[in-house]
Design a binder for this molecule. Structure first.
Ligand code: SF4
Length: 380
């Protein structure tokens, strides 16, 4: 059985001002204990599903590359010692440009990494300082060039728009730079102000100077028009790739396929159940210590059929292909045109959804207001 596997590394050098991801700044002394715990979890999980073959692996965070080259190689070695892989398994690692050098990238390549995703956000030093990143634009350029030199040519960069002090020329320049650098995939996100972040505090005090709605809309319009013109196909609301460079791991999430999540705070979806490991790093390490090691699961739920059908719909609708009638029917033995007749009619009239030869998809307007459509599928 083919499976995607996600590994969470919950550490960062410094928290960015907008970030609410499960990651924290801890003493480097904790890293070794965490890597040991991860290797124990890998062994236990594999024993529970000996038939699993990993066709995608995604090491995310946090900042996985705060770990040393040796620690990252030992996680990958441990995975390969326990699980079966295909001969084309996509192995992605997320990296912060301020935490990689040529040597580390060469070790990652030798350990099997064949895709790298850099959190760049912008190539402008001013903007990077405003959002609390630890790297400069020049360091991001250097990291991308070093990755390619190390033999990892399948490169994604994350970029952001709607940032404090950002003008449309910044996002234009950043995208142009990424194209010149030959990156094959771009994930471009609008800034969201998340609770309990420094940006949320500044906003509540009226101290966060964000672009106007019109400026932000112009940035969105530029991104969604310019990238496809340059050969980067938009295949999900925020994701663009040149041919054959779509992220196979992320496609599993949107195609409602099973995946395992290992590490503190990691989520799994398997056999109609969603589970999550404890987000508490100490508890995670302690649970996996000693003879009586146990899986550090902090949350588990069996999805009821209504919720599962809703999730299937709105995850598939994130992609530009949309939701295929046949795929939904194969999974639930149900016709979604009947099940969701009213929703489909309502949003088709509003020009947010359209019927295709294979099912339904968001229109380009719908891509902008996806959340309104998605929430309508959820049971009351
Ligand atoms: S590096 Fe990434 S995970 Fe870490 S604080 Fe910044 S945005 Fe969040």
């Amino acid at each position: 059985m083919n499976l995607g596997l996600y590994i969470h590394i919950p550490f960062c050098r410094k928290k960015c001002f907008y970030c609410d991801f499960p990651s924290s700044v801890v003493s480097e002394a904790v890293y070794a204990d965490y890597v040991n715990a991860l290797c124990r979890e890998i062994a236990i999980r594999q024993k529970n599903m000996p038939e699993a073959v990993l066709d995608t692996v995604f090491i995310g965070g946090g900042t996985p590359t705060v770990l040393s080259a040796g620690q990252l190689a030992s996680i990958l070695g441990c995975l390969q010692a326990h699980f079966l892989f295909t001969n084309q398994t996509e192995i992605t690692i997320e990296a912060n440009p301020g935490t990689v050098n040529r040597e580390k990238l060469a070790v990652l390549k030798a350990a099997g990494v064949n895709r790298i995703s850099f959190g760049v956000q912008s190539f402008s030093g001013d903007i990077l300082r405003q959002i609390g990143r630890i790297h400069s634009g020049a360091e991001a350029v250097e990291a991308i060039m070093n990755a390619r030199e190390a033999g990892i040519s399948n490169i994604n960069i994350d970029l952001m728009y709607g940032l404090p002090a950002q003008h449309i020329t910044d996002i234009m320049d950043s995208i142009q730079k990424a194209i010149e650098l030959g990156v094959r995939h771009m994930s471009v996100y609008g800034l969201q102000i998340e609770e309990a972040t420094p940006f949320a505090r500044l906003e509540s005090q009226g101290l966060l100077q964000l672009p106007s709605e019109e400026e932000e809309a112009a940035m969105y319009e530029f991104v969604t028009r310019f990238l496809p013109e340059q050969g980067y196909q938009r295949y999900e609301i925020s994701n663009y790739a040149v041919q054959d460079a779509k992220c196979c791991h992320n496609l599993k999430y949107w195609h409602y396929q099973p995946y395992l999540g290992l590490g503190a705070a990691a989520h799994s979806f398997f056999d109609g159940r969603r589970t999550a490991n404890t987000a508490d790093i100490k508890k995670y390490i302690n649970a996996l210590q000693g003879q009586n090691a146990v899986l550090p699961v902090g949350f588990a739920e069996k999805l009821d059929r209504e919720t599962a059908m809703a999730e299937f719909m709105f995850l598939a609708l994130r992609t530009t292909e949309g939701c295929a009638w046949q795929a939904f029917y194969d999974y639930f033995h149900m016709d979604f045109f009947i099940k969701y007749k009213e929703i489909i009619e309502t949003f088709s009239q509003k020009k947010l959804l359209e019927v295709t030869a294979t099912g339904i998809r968001l229109t380009s307007l719908g891509m902008q207001y996806g959340n309104t459509v998605f929430s309508s599928f959820l049971p009351d």
